[in-house]
Design a protein around this ligand. Sequence first.
Ligand code: CA
Ligand code: CA
Ligand code: CA
Ligand code: CA
Length: 411
Amino acid sequence: MFKKILIPLVFITIALVLVFGCSKSDNPFEPQKSGFNGTVQENLSYIAGINPGLNGQIQDVDPSTSEIEGEIEIWFQSFMNTSTVTATNIVVWDTTNDGSIQNSSFTYYPEIKKAVFRGTFSDDAVFIVTLKSDLENQAGVKFDGNGNGSFDGSPYDDYRYKLYTGTGNTADYDFIHPEIEWVVPGTENGVDVLPLITLSFTGSDIDTEDLVLGNFTLVKTSNQVAVSCSLIASSHSMIVFMPKDSIDQAEQYTVNVKCANVKDTCRNVLLGFQDDNEGWIANIADYCWDFVTMALDGNHDGNPPVVSNVSVGIDELIVSFNDDIDLTTFTTTNIRVYDNSTGQNLVGSIINEYDGRGFRYTLENAESGTTYRLWVSKDVKELDPGGWYLDGNENGVGGEWDDDYTTTFTL
Ligand SMILES: [Ca+2]
Ligand SMILES: [Ca+2]
Ligand SMILES: [Ca+2]
Ligand SMILES: [Ca+2]
């Protein structure tokens, strides 16, 4: 009797090691076991074990036939809502033959929290087991496969893993979403008027059929008019395209990538820029960035203004810019000085510099020893011919959401 109990226990322990011992990086759908405290999703760790384990081999339980009669077992930690533990929510797919499993049956044993999938599996193939996020335990808790602490539904919160038969290689199939690794030109100015626009992708497995100009567009930022482009090259890791004709000098352009339309060869969707996206969620946002072309003659100016110097004079803060500023933008809305610790506004007057490239902020209300913060809005604008908004983060493109300028000073 003792032996009978012990064997399944040992078996589950082995299965646990197989489930949880696998490299997490290869399986972004593994449910999160930690973090997101205080959220509904924190108790999702209700897979106790699987057999075969992650990337394991499906055994032939009937060697007397040439087919592979196999069994996939899944143990849950929680008592499940039995109406959700169905063949609809636990799906097995043959990726090698792009089909479902022959002669399949599905059984759930609620008293021991175990689900069993049986069927005739093709030999030398790779299979994906998908545990859909609609599976829930008796408390109504569902999967959080993408590990973001919120319920995004299937397929985003599904949990998937791979199995194989014979010579099938589970490494042939991955669940890793590609990201944009780098772009050229980046967010910058001085860009050639006939630029080669290049994007590099992680993973080196982008489906080149998705690398079409319908998914990668260039528009003039001011009027959103599309620029006609030519596809120069594409590969599993890169796309290069360029305008058919020279674009305008000293103008801002926006590159837009329809990430949701770009997938890798295993149908994983492009998420956006590397480490700077929301993960695998519904409605993946387009990725876009701006650049400014070079000025080819003296009648044009392709350089957004930046703050070139801030210094404390006698009773005044002296702020200089590197270009002629539209002085009507030096307003109390666009320029403020705060007490850095209390956030209280320091009342003062704005006096325009005679050279048109700066202002002074009077400090008659400032107190010695106190640290203040100067804030200049991105809405401060230079005069024509540039007419650019402030480039507070000094990346060569003005007026971006994070182009306000701030600095602190102590009297
Ligand atoms: Ca057999
Ligand atoms: Ca989620
Ligand atoms: Ca300028
Ligand atoms: Ca900027």
